[in-house]
Design a protein around this ligand. Structure first.
Ligand code: HEM
Length: 218
């Protein structure tokens, strides 16, 4: 269901999708526990990874008295929200421009069709249109290089360093369609569904065993 007036949506295609499908409160104002439970139920995010992200989300952009957090722009008694640039939302994103190029503190969180087209161009050139480890590795590096060259406010501190690579990993791990087993890639149609429409793709199956934080990659 598309968000209605006042519902919060933000920089994370995973959380936006979960809220659009009711795995998170549709308002986008969520408790830390909603995130852990909703991310596991909807997308197969393990409890350990979900807990780390939820905790960092609440600590950096939420309300630490109530443990509430907006997955988008600021709400009442839920902190500044994940759309706020700086602590969690950061530079060199896959489908968002750096906040420096926008018109305010929340501008880095808006989906950007041009930026996303660049992501898809890397997938097309490197792996027949699918998002793969190889295409994401190249594209992530390119995003970093572009921001270094053009963004006078470019910031890439330790949390962002970890999460930016984490987001690339989540794309491959949790957006992949596990209907026919996993081959470590995401089709163009499924990628569009998550990134552009923030909807689960048709005939899409989540990972059966949630990948843990300590699990070795392939
Ligand atoms: C449930 C599974 C999740 C998936 C599959 C997922 C996936 C992603 C992806 C692919 C991006 C990159 C978007 C882009 O760069 O254009 C992203 C961004 C983000 N995610 Fe998630 N995510 C998930 C859960 C979470 C959780 C639990 C939190 C925190 C509570 C979170 C917070 C964020 C934030 C703040 C960003 C923006 C970072 C930036 O690019 O500046 N995500 N997520």
């Amino acid at each position: 269901m598309a968000p209605t007036e006042g519902d919060k949506r933000g920089p994370c295609p995973g959380l936006n999708t979960l809220a659009n499908h009711g795995y998170l409160p549709r308002s986008g104002i969520v408790h830390a526990q909603d995130i852990v439970e909703g991310a596991l139920a909807g997308l197969g995010m393990s409890v350990d990874v979900g807990t780390v992200l939820a905790a960092y989300g609440v600590l950096s952009e939420g309300d630490t008295t109530s443990n509430m957090l907006s997955i988008g722009a600021l709400g009442t008694s839920s902190g500044l929200g994940l759309s706020n640039h700086g602590a969690f939302e950061g530079d060199a994103s896959l489908s968002r421009k750096d906040a420096f190029f926008g018109d305010g503190q929340f501008s880095g969180s808006a989906f950007d069709a041009e930026q996303y087209a660049q992501f898809k161009a890397f997938n097309a050139r490197i792996s027949q249109g699918r998002a793969t480890f190889a295409s994401l590795a190249e594209y992530r590096f390119q995003r970093f290089q572009d921001s270094v060259a053009s963004n006078a406010d470019f910031t890439f501190l330790l949390p962002r360093y970890l999460f930016s690579y984490g987001e690339a990993a989540l794309t491959l791990r949790l957006f992949a369609n596990h209907k026919d087993g996993e081959d470590g890639s995401v089709s163009e149609a499924d990628l569009d569904s998550f990134f552009v429409r923030n909807r689960f793709p048709e005939d899409w199956y989540r990972v059966s065993i949630a990948p843990r934080a300590t699990q070795k990659g392939d």
